[in-house]
Ligand binder design. Structure first.
Ligand SMILES: Nc1nc2c(ncn2[C@@H]2O[C@H](COP(=O)(O)OP(=O)(O)OP(=O)(O)O)[C@@H](O)[C@H]2O)c(=O)[nH]1
Ligand SMILES: [Mg+2]
Length: 276
């Protein structure tokens, strides 16, 4: 099916994660800052239950800063701890460490009241594919302790990592779910690179992306197009790509445009909305 992907390793990961959940002190759920709502996996919501959860919105360097601010205000208003971060930036480690400590503080206070002065806390890092779970762990560890690559489905099994004297982190595979109730969620997930390219209906995703840009981010549209439309923008872009590289077929040019959107080369856009 187009814009859909739920291979066996995801179903298995989901099962194994639920087996570990009772021993976990805190969840770090990584979402894509461009999709603060659509990159939330409903299956993970169930898994988390009442565990203290920190929402880390990674790739904030690719998102619309104003929209990130609005989402931050919203999550603050419902007392949900959040952090918008560029995990690749040198400042990320301290910010993430502090946010994890804050999220664990209630647990620490309860332990202290019970007379427990010190114990290792166990944290599970979860999220949909390619949002930066393993990158976040490497950032905290200050070295490459788990594999990272710019494609979904890199981490395939659960792995505990001892990165600090105060807590252990579990890296988990990116997990999607069997059916998107709202087809736009699948399209947005494909647009932010959390879906394997080979299962993506690229034209459908481009149509959504270009129409979204025309409506909400018109300043990113090519000014040479006097009457922006999906067809006009697509034709212009394909022509430009083919001018630069004569060997690119029409399909190859569509793939190039899709990758430009995915990697934020068209502009910083957020594809979800919140009203405060
Ligand atoms: N621009 C930007 N790129 C990031 C950020 N965090 C991670 N990345 C990139 O995102 C890509 C995926 O990162 P991973 O850490 O492998 O993602 P993952 O969630 O572990 O992916 P799976 O194991 O496939 O589920 C890599 O190319 C990272 O460099 C960020 O904050 N900003
Ligand atoms: Mg990973």
């Amino acid at each position: 099916m187009a814009n859909h992907w739920f291979p066996g390793h995801m179903a298995k990961a989901r099962r194994l994660m639920s087996e570990h959940i009772s021993s976990i002190d805190c969840i770090v759920e990584v979402r894509d800052a461009r999709l603060p709502l659509s990159s939330a996996n409903p299956m993970l919501n169930e898994l988390k239950g009442n565990k203290p959860t920190l929402l880390v919105f990674s790739k904030s360097d690719l998102a619309d800063e104003k929209a990130s601010g609005a989402f931050k205000t919203y999550f603050d208003s419902i007392n949900q701890p959040t952090l918008f971060v560029n995990s690749l930036h040198v400042s990320a480690r301290n910010k993430i460490m502090k946010a994890i400590e804050d999220t664990l503080s209630e647990k620490r206070a309860k332990d202290k009241a019970k007379g427990i002065q010190f114990r290792m806390y166990k944290i599970m890092v979860v999220g949909i594919p390619n949002v930066g779970k393993s990158t976040l762990i490497n950032t905290l560890a200050k070295k490459r302790v788990v594999d990272v690559a710019n494609k979904p489905g890199v981490t395939q099994s659960l792995k505990w990592l001892n990165i600090d004297s105060k807590f252990m982190l579990m890296d988990t595979p990116g997990v999607l779910w069997p059916k998107f109730e709202d087809p736009n969620v699948g399209i947005k997930i494909a647009l932010c690179h959390s879906m394997k390219e080979s299962v993506v209906n690229i034209e459908e995703v481009l149509q959504f992306a270009i129409n979204f840009m025309i409506e909400y981010y018109p300043h990113f549209c090519d000014p040479a197009i006097s009457e922006p439309s999906y067809e006009a923008y697509l034709d212009r872009y394909v022509a430009k790509i083919q001018q630069n590289s004569k060997s690119q077929t029409h399909d190859a040019a569509l793939l190039t445009l899709y990758r430009d959107f995915k990697e934020g080369r068209i502009g910083k856009m957020t594809y979800d909305f919140v009203e405060n």
